[in-house]
Ligand binder design. Sequence first.
Ligand code: GUN
Length: 281
Amino acid sequence: MTALLLNGKELASKKREQLKKDVEQLASKQVVPGLAVILVGEDPASQTYVRAKEKACEQAGIHSVLIKKPNTITEEELLAEIERLNHDSSIDGILVQLPIPEHISEQAVIEKIAPNKDVDGFHPINIGKMMTGEDTFLPCTPFGVVEMLKEAEIDIAGKHAVVVGRSNIVGKPVGQLLLNENATVTYTHSRTKNLRELTNLADILIVAIGKPEFVGAEDVKEGAVVVDVGINRVDGKLVGDVDFDSVKDKASYITPVPGGVGPMTITMLLENTVLSARKRS
Ligand code: GUN
């Protein structure tokens, strides 16, 4: 079997066209969606992500504000900045780019963001709502993964979804969203015994462990849907957590890296920001 491509780039661009129209419609009501991004320090990967977010906002007609802070900022100062944005009526979404320096509590920062501006979906209130299936901001990467599966009309209900990786940003929430879609979910991670036996049982395999080409053809069931959330830089080249070349001959669907999940993440951030702005009006 040769897998069909789950083309995130194409779906992202289709969604961004729709977003432009949604933003124009809001403009007729004098509402311009606003996203504030806080970047602490000089991490090169974070700088790249933040630049991509700014560019995407500009193309969609979303007002974006980049707030750069030095590594030396105190937790108190950062929390005060968030508090200011919580009360800024031109801002619908607040995102603090992670990771942040170790002397600042990530949890304190996340919990400071007003839940109705938490377009990352990281606030405990929004995580709780996601768990109970209430309407809320969904974390962007997991949200993008589920949107890609739905676009390809892949049935999720009743399927065995195996998640590799248990981060708060991807692994845990993507499993929850698949459960909300009535999948049977197994979580695996670096401490899982017989991990590769479990991945072999997956109808839908989501890999987000951050190790280049961790999953090979021998770890995948014939006909499985394989979603690769990994972005690893190896010898200057981007590779996923899945060995694409070998797995593509066994899977029914597979996401490429780049051009798979990556472009969806920012798109869902834009969607969350527009959703937030719509609630404002
Ligand atoms: N760092 C890596 N991914 C993300 C994300 O989705 N949101 C934020 N805020 N930081 C990140």
